[in-house]
Write a protein that binds this ligand. Structure first.
Ligand code: ZN
Length: 290
């Protein structure tokens, strides 16, 4: 068996699957994210029960962050400077201490999403894929030739610097950079500017920012597809506007690129919904098997 744990800000999703059939979840549990002691204790109970029943061969964890994903770091698998109260410097290994010697892999939640959508969702069969989430924050997970990208840590493309929309005088609300992408296009900035979900002209402004991210991704890693997920991305009309503005910003620079036809299915919504992360975590576990 392999096990997967997806930790989110409000709930944790745990699953196990047969090693030879990782896409079928054999057992699952959803646990509310409360305190680390309580939540990690619940995760441990689930994992230990399955380990003693038949043995777990590997565990993949996709977690809200920031999380230390550098295996060489002494804090590998720790949630570090999170804004989530009580969770700063939480060592997620504590939940897995009953699995002596079983390999465990850690990745961020958006890394889990790209692995999941690449395994059996909107990017099935594609080796080079980007997953953008636009919600409370903005994050990007990318695989190139099947491997997650990252060196010292996970890339933080949500904070790239971008051109402002000429009709947008909102100062931005990223506590670090003020008007980076996240400071201008994530959920809290939308709420602060417009008092509710984007509609009308606001869609065009939002799409202008997200399209710049798509252009930057296309120009740096040339993915075969971009999956656009997260709560904000469900705004009616937004994905269509992002496709058109991405094409317009590229301005014919990449002749024959699929985005030149906005209906080509190059920028797509996720196919797995909130199941992407858990399937991604199972993929992480799978890569750890001998
Ligand atoms: Zn920022």
């Amino acid at each position: 068996m392999i096990a997967a744990i997806e930790t989110g800000g409000t709930k944790v999703f745990c699953a196990v699957a047969e090693t030879h059939n990782p896409h079928e979840l054999v057992d699952t549990v959803r646990i509310p994210t409360t305190t680390p002691d309580e939540t990690l204790g619940e995760i441990a109970r689930f994992v230990d029960r399955h380990h003693s029943a038949g043995g777990i061969d590997a565990v993949g964890v996709a977690s809200f962050g920031p999380i230390d994903v550098n295996p060489a770091s002494p804090h590998y698998g720790w949630i570090t400077a999170t804004p989530k109260i009580g969770w700063v410097d939480t060592d997620l290994h504590r939940a897995l201490s009953g699995l002596n010697g079983v390999p465990v892999g850690f990745a961020t939640d958006v890394s889990g999403s790209v692995l999941g959508e690449g395994a059996l969702g909107a990017g099935t069969g594609l080796g080079t894929l980007a997953y953008i989430t636009v919600g409370t924050g903005i994050g990007v997970g990318q695989i190139i030739n099947g491997t997650l990208i990252g060196g010292l840590g996970t890339p933080e493309m949500g904070h790239v610097l971008i051109r402002r929309h000429p009709d947008d005088d909102f100062p931005g609300n990223c506590p670090y950079h003020r008007d980076c992408l996240e400071g201008l296009a994530a959920g809290p900035s939308i709420q602060a500017r417009w008092g509710g979900p984007a509609s009308g002209a606001a869609i065009g402004i939002l799409a202008w920012y997200i399209a710049q991210l798509c252009v930057d991704i296309i120009l740096t890693t040339s993915p075969e597809r971009i999956v656009l997920g997260g709560g904000v991305s469900k705004t009616p009309g937004l994905i269509e506007a992002v496709r058109a503005q991405t094409r317009d910003l590229l301005n014919g620079y990449l002749p024959g690129h699929p985005i030149t036809d906005v209906d080509s299915g190059f920028i797509v919504p996720p196919a797995l919904g909130d199941m992407a992360g858990i399937h991604g975590a199972l993929e992480i576990a799978r890569t750890l098997l001998p």
